[in-house]
Design a protein around this ligand. Structure first.
Ligand code: GTP
Ligand code: SPV
Ligand code: MN
Length: 590
């Protein structure tokens, strides 16, 4: 038996499970986290001693620390991520699959003794507002103090979660060990039928903070299918017009494609009186309200955001919130103990250490910060934080955006004809890959609803679930496609993006209310350029025309790859998606 520190919870199911896992992992000590301020100070001290965290300049950046991860552990590893259901078909062609018995067996061998000489931390956490019937409890076991301190920022951690759980057995069992950080012995496995996640061999964000992609998306998406709601890779933002009306918008974009930035944008100079209210940047849980609308909560409590590209011109709110109590991962360290990354306000530093801790030469071809370097910070530190985040029922959603990174073809924005067509727009989303996951960067891949790496069951059934929402949601949000990333032949972005994206949100809100100028095209409703113009936008007429142009031939060529992709889902492909594909083909032919 390992010795124990902290207060053992009264929930016997939790204690029993932790003891079983400890018997396998054999830690030196079990530490029960309570989420208190004193505990944070204590664990931060431990993390500095072990080298998990490096204190930054505490005058300039109070409460801020730098973490450098293992060189092979800087992004999600989708090839090592599995959904372990009895039948392969349940996981679908969108997931890697292993039978549960085989995968428990393989992972148990790696977990066995993996925490020898280490502390096993027990983290109770709550996803969603306290007292909300929609919230879910997880208990994560980990041997990484960095993971504990991140979970503390990312979730409602500690006693609050145990209070919500009471004596119930209904919690997600999240087991994590860094083990030896060996890629050959790294697995992230999900067992939806057991409400269980086992992750071993990585300390990176989405692989190790099991509340996030593992619970709040993969496990939750399956729960949502069973219980009639949606767990989505979406930011949630409130847009207040000068007359004080607030419309809430959700947006699903693949990893590192602009959710964090959109959720906290600063209105452009030409849009005086507009205000932004930030509720979430990565995950939304959506339910049908009594009014037939979809209502969203953000189950998380913090941001695990992309550092590169973040500066005062692009995202001033992020720059403001990163001045204190932030954990930076794999950014560059300047000689004065402050941080830097590509796209930072300051010029490239002459005497910095790169993300690996090596001296960095500003003339070198290597970046100083890792392309997927990140910051972890509490949601409440965002200058545009909205207290609606606390509302147990969430906020009513007027519009859903599906966005991707596409140099060509996909217009800046267009609107679907219906919920079914909107689901089809989500199902056909494709985007250029980014550094958020290991593998090639910049390759267009299909990423339906930005959920390809995160849907915990057969994607065909997931589309059917989306379509079925319309039966109960009598007043569903309007659905749009957006693309901030079109480029000229010279490689320059055609759209200024960031704060200027509010012009697109304005059109989206108008359209959601049945107003706004649009032109009907085979792919959907496209804005009349005049409605995007607005005061102060610095963009040529030619670029604006290009941004909303519909390339019929390009879309026609796309049809074949769409149907090839859909064919992979066989009988699981819903009729509604087939209908929309045929309707699009017919409209393009006409
Ligand atoms: P995950 O946290 O991985 O899910 O990513 P995310 O969707 O929150 O992406 P994020 O907002 O962090 O943006 C990723 C990168 O895209 C950053 O480098 C941003 O600077 C850049 N970016 C965001 N919005 C825009 C935009 O409107 N235009 C351009 N050109 N780049 C953008
Ligand atoms: C993403 O990759 O979509 C992220 C970061 O938001 S992670 O937590 O690693 O999933
Ligand atoms: Mn994400």
């Amino acid at each position: 038996m390992s010795k124990s520190a902290g207060t053992t919870p009264s929930n016997a199911h939790v204690v029993k499970w932790v003891q079983e896992m400890a018997a396998m992992c054999r830690p030196e000590e079990i530490f029960w986290c309570d989420g208190s301020e004193a505990e944070k100070e204590n664990l931060t001290r431990v993390a500095v001693e072990t080298g998990d965290l490096m204190p930054l300049n505490q005058q300039a950046l109070p409460g801020c620390y730098l973490h450098r991860s293992a060189l092979n552990d800087v992004a999600r590893t989708e090839n090592l991520t599995f959904v372990c259901t009895e039948e392969k078909e349940e996981a679908g062609p969108n997931n890697n699959w292993m039978p549960p018995a085989e995968s428990y067996d393989r992972l148990a061998k790696i977990f066995s003794g993996s925490m020898r000489g280490r502390t096993l931390y027990v983290i109770p956490f709550l996803m969603g507002p306290a007292g909300s019937p929609f919230s879910k409890v997880g208990i994560q076991i980990t041997d990484s103090v960095y993971v504990v301190l991140n979970m503390r920022l990312m979730t409602r951690m500690g006693e609050m979660a145990l209070d919500h759980l009471g004596g119930s057995d209904d919690f997600t069992r999240c087991l994590h060990s860094k083990a030896d950080l060996d890629m050959e012995r790294r697995f992230i496995c999900h067992y939806p039928q057991d409400n269980t996640i086992w992750s071993v061999g990585s300390g990176y964000g989405g692989n190790a903070l099991l509340a996030k992609k593992c619970l709040a998306l993969r496990i939750a998406s399956k729960l949502g299918q069973r219980e009639g709601w949606l767990a989505e890779h979406m930011m949630v933002v409130g847009v207040e017009s000068p007359d004080g009306e607030i419309n809430y918008i959700c947006g699903a974009f693949p990893s590192a494609c602009g959710k964090t930035n959109l959720a906290m944008l600063v209105p452009p100079a030409g849009m005086k009186g507009w205000k932004i209210h930030t509720l979430g940047d990565d995950i939304a849980w959506l339910r049908v309200g009594a009014d037939g609308r979809l209502w969203a909560i953000n189950p998380e409590a913090g941001f695990f955001g992309v550092a590169p590209g973040t500066g005062s011109k692009t995202n001033p709110n992020a720059m403001a919130m990163l001045k204190k109590d932030t954990i930076f991962t794999n950014v560059a360290l300047r000689s004065d103990g402050t941080v830097w990354w590509e796209g930072h306000d300051d010029p490239p530093p002459n005497h910095a250490q790169d993300w690996r801790g090596k001296p960095w030469d500003p003339n070198s071809r290597n970046t100083a910060a890792h392309a997927n370097s990140r910051f972890t910070v509490s949601l409440k530190q965002c200058p545009t934080y909205s207290s609606e985040w606390e509302k147990p029922q969430g906020v009513p959603i007027s519009a859903i955006l599906f966005g991707g990174r596409r140099q060509k073809l996909v217009p800046l924005v267009f609107q679907s004809f219906s919920w079914q067509h909107g689901t089809f727009l989500g199902a056909t989303l494709a985007s250029e890959t980014t550094a958020a996951a290991t593998g090639d960067v910049g390759v267009v891949r299909r990423d339906p609803m930005a959920m390809l790496p995160f849907c915990g069951y057969n994607m065909g059934d997931y589309w059917a679930h989306w379509l079925s929402m319309a039966k109960r949601a009598t007043n569903p949000p309007k659905v749009f496609r957006v693309n901030w990333f079109q480029r000229s032949d010279q490689g320059k972005f055609l759209w200024p993006g960031f704060g200027e994206n509010l012009r697109v949100l304005h059109w989206v809100i108008e359209r959601s209310k049945g107003a706004g100028q649009a032109q009907e095209t085979p792919i959907g409703y496209v804005p009349k350029v005049a409605s995007l113009r607005g005061e102060g936008v610095k963009i040529s007429q030619a670029d604006l025309d290009q941004l909303v142009a519909v390339d019929r031939n390009g879309w026609k060529q796309n049809l074949k790859s769409q149907s090839e992709y859909f064919d992979k889902f066989g009988d699981h492909l819903p009729a509604g998606i087939k209908e929309e594909h045929k309707a699009l083909a017919d409209r393009l032919k006409a």
